[in-house]
Design a protein around this ligand. Structure first.
Ligand code: CA
Ligand code: CA
Length: 438
């Protein structure tokens, strides 16, 4: 299930600052119950994130891009000519930061009439000519797409690869479920179309962990693994979120949320290493943990499959700042879930710039597209490079991070490894500038 955000418990532990100095504590005014306009948002961000610069109206809010040195990379690479598939809940074809960014011809919905929780408008049943079905009826997919490829156009934000081509591949329903058959179909299609990169800010439903010792799950796990391998053999770099369960993927213990469909069928079960979160734990997948403004995010999964970390935001690390250290990116103009009106607007997390919607949200879902964007920069500079070599270059050019110095001993997640190779951050913080310098 696509996870927008995990509401973390408050953490009083101040951890070693590894990334960015944030501004002095500046409480945002009490809830306005209104959308925040671009100039107001920029002024609030200037105070909250004083080290952050950039060309577009909301660039001052993009602490995440500062952390990965995205702007510094753009003199060398912008993702021009690179196709990035966003396997998610669709994309907003009308978002001003995605103007001329989306390849409509290649975009496709993999939602079927048999897919539970789908809105009838998203069902395409394998017919890629049904472009209306790809439209984002929520916002998560548009957030991911704009983080990857948001245009440098004066308004809104600037993505990691602001001239990359976005291909919308809908595998998640309006309700946030990304069933395994849809995810596998989208991966195979990405292979058939020889996309350069795909981003999966999701785990495949209905099991968080698919266990190879249980017959039904074993078959689905095999199908997902085969689909990922098929895509990789056709050159697709697969980038995936590590997940928001605060689990150590190297030492899983229990899964309490599966199956998450049908409703009320979840059981608490012990899981061991023959159980896999997909696609995060599939072979060759570039797996991304999430960091806040200071350190690992409170919700982020960790462990051996993690290749690198990237900014996913964490409101517990910067509660007083505008956006609370979450990640600001686009939201869909056709959000039919009410999240815009009922969650983001009343909580000062909704911004409008150039007629487009933007929200502050946090999750490994937000971290992963930063890495997909860096993969796009690499592919532009090295069109013939194999997907495995692109993945290796992402790891090699990451900024090495060490384990946090002051991590709570009673935490389930404990960091292991040395500088540049830890269970929390993998090889370190993804670095667009370094990746574009090779
Ligand atoms: Ca923009
Ligand atoms: Ca991995």
């Amino acid at each position: 299930m696509t996870r927008i955000e995990t509401i973390g418990i408050a953490s009083s532990t101040v951890l070693a600052a590894v990334m960015l100095l944030v501004g002095s504590v500046t409480p945002v005014a009490a809830a306005t119950q209104a959308v925040i306009d671009g100039p107001t948002a920029a002024a609030l961000c200037f105070t909250s994130y004083p080290e952050v610069t950039g060309p577009d109206e909301l660039s001052l809010c993009q602490w995440d891009m500062e952390v990965i040195n995205a702007l510094a990379a753009h003199g060398t690479a912008t993702g021009l000519g690179v196709k990035v598939g966003v396997i998610d809940g669709g994309v907003d074809f009308d978002h001003p930061d995605l103007l001329d960014a989306i390849d409509e011809e290649l975009s496709c919905s993999f939602i079927y009439s048999t897919t539970p929780t789908a809105d009838p408008a998203e069902v395409a049943d394998g017919d890629c000519s049904n472009k209306a079905a790809v439209q984002d009826l929520e916002g998560h997919g548009t957030h991911v797409a704009t983080t990857i490829g948001g245009r440098e156009n004066g308004i809104g934000i600037v993505g990691v690869a602001p001239e990359a081509t976005i291909v919308g591949l809908k595998a998640c329903t309006i309700a946030g479920f990304c069933f395994a058959d849809s995810v596998a179909a989208a991966l195979r299609y990405a292979g058939d179309m020889r996309l350069d990169v795909v981003n999966l800010s999701l785990f495949a439903d209905p099991f968080l962990y698919f266990c190879a010792n249980e017959a039904g799950q074993r078959e689905v796990l095999k199908d997902l693994r085969d689909a990922a391998r098929y895509a990789q053999q056709r050159g697709v770099v697969i980038v995936a979120a590590a997940g928001n369960e605060a689990d150590d993927l190297g030492h899983p213990t229990t899964d309490e949320i599966s199956p998450d469909w049908p409703p009320d069928t979840a059981e608490v079960r012990r899981v061991r290493n023959n159980c896999r979160v997909t696609p995060a734990e599939l072979p060759g997948v570039v797996t991304v943990s999430a960091s806040g403004v200071n350190t690992l995010a409170i919700y982020s999964n960790v462990g051996g499959p993690v290749d690198v970390t990237a900014p996913g935001g964490d409101a517990t690390q910067a509660p007083a700042l505008f956006g609370s250290g979450r990640v600001l990116a686009g939201w869909s103009s056709t959000d039919a879930t009410g999240s815009w009106e009922n969650i983001y607007v009343p909580n000062n997390r909704a911004v409008e710039s150039g007629g487009g919607r933007y929200v502050w949200i946090a999750g490994t879902s937000m971290a992963s597209p930063h890495v997909a964007g860096v993969a796009a920069l690499i592919r532009e500079l090295h069109p013939g490079m194999s997907q495995g070599a692109v993945a290796a270059l992402i790891r090699q050019t990451a900024t090495p991070l060490a384990c946090p110095e002051d991590w709570p001993e009673d935490e389930e997640r404990q960091c292991t490894g040395g500088l540049g190779n830890t269970s929390f951050f993998g090889k370190g913080m993804v670095n667009a500038e370094e990746a574009a310098a090779r």
